[in-house]
Design a protein around this ligand. Structure first.
Ligand SMILES: O=P(O)(O)OC[C@H]1O[C@@H](O)[C@H](O)[C@@H](O)[C@@H]1O
Length: 324
């Protein structure tokens, strides 16, 4: 294993390339097996995650508007960062400003505050560190948001966000989500495991609280829910593709599940009428209980995604296990 890691580290690299429209920079991470991840500096948004067979694992709308100016909205698809607000719960634009801003590459990120000796976040991985600092008018103002996006040798994608309240700033509170658009073969063939029996807030019923009735979640109409206090592991099973996405998370107790279904899809200008069939949003999030940071404090939210053959899941997945 040590030998493999050494070879991998020599080869680990990322390329910095210009986006298709020549305006926004995109970082491309590759692993030696051919898996890749593309991250835009616009929004710190993950735009693509491909496995070693070149299959795209994230959904992007064919009508997605690619950022055409620094003020452009987030692209419809991939994984975007919702900060400091989730949805419309606050005075800011939907899902906060972080996904609409141009981030910078962080060439010298500070070490994590409480390093875990077993944490191999950077070991054997290709990664990029990005940073977002507040604009003059931003509230909260005293934050620094760091995002590490890494691609492992096994093709797993990990996002680690660290939000710090800088010294001498006022305490502030925020919500957070990794707005994750998974690519699925057919939404009616998909089910989510790991959220059974949980309470959820239903955004289609003014945020009213309900309890899931104990079955895996399947889809036959619009869904827009925030599942509360979930375990660290959630699985999305795609029967037709025989593929399972496994989401492991830390610091992100909630899980948003969203599919606009037919009627709402038609109202979205950057989304095809039929594309709801090929997309499912499952977001690792901290929404119900907002996070509060005093000056000098830091919060970390980590989400790891794996895409494995479904046979792996049946035999090996226990959503209640601690995978970290
Ligand atoms: O169009 P946006 O801003 O990316 O949001 C899409 C959806 O994102 C989900 O996370 C929300 O729960 C939905 O309410 C929202 O409609």
């Amino acid at each position: 294993m040590g030998h493999c890691a050494a070879i991998w580290e020599q080869r680990a690299s990322f390329e910095l390339t210009k986006d298709w429209n020549g305006i926004d920079e995109v970082v491309v991470l590759r692993n030696p097996k051919g898996a890749s991840v593309r991250v835009s500096l616009h929004g710190g948004q993950v735009m693509s995650w491909r496995n070693d067979r070149g299959e795209e694992l994230l959904f992007t709308s064919s009508k997605a508007m690619i950022f055409k100016s620094p003020k452009a909205k987030a692209m419809r698809g991939g994984i975007s960062v919702c900060f400091p607000q989730f949805g419309k719960c606050g005075s800011l634009e939907q899902h906060g400003f972080a996904r609409n801003r141009v981030w910078a590459i962080d060439h010298n990120p500070p070490p994590p505050p409480n390093p875990n000796p077993n944490d191999s976040t950077s070991l054997g991985k290709s990664f990029i560190d990005l940073i977002l600092k507040p604009a003059q008018e931003d509230r909260p103002h005293g934050f620094e948001l760091r995002l590490r996006v890494s691609l492992a040798l096994d093709g797993n994608l990990t996002l680690i966000s660290r939000i710090r309240n800088i010294k001498n700033a006022k305490p502030f509170s925020f919500s957070f989500a990794y707005h994750t658009h998974l690519s699925v073969s057919d939404i009616s063939e998909v089910r989510i495991e790991g959220l059974e029996t949980l309470d959820y807030l239903d955004n289609l019923c003014q945020g009213e609280r309900f309890t899931e009735q104990g079955d895996a979640i399947t889809f036959e109409s619009e869904v827009d829910r925030v599942y509360l206090s979930s375990s660290q592991c959630v699985a999305v099973l795609d029967h037709e593709k025989k593929r399972t996405y496994i989401m492991r998370k830390q610091g992100l107790p909630d899980v948003v599940v969203w599919n606009p279904w037919e009627k709402k899809s038609r109202l979205m200008t950057d989304f095809g009428d039929e594309e709801y069939k090929q997309m499912l949003c499952v977001d690792g999030a901290a929404i119900e209980k907002s996070i509060t940071l005093k000056p000098g404090e830091e919060w970390t939210g980590r989400m790891e995604l794996a895409a494995v053959p479904s046979s792996f899941c049946c035999d090996n997945l226990d959503p209640h296990l601690n995978y970290f």
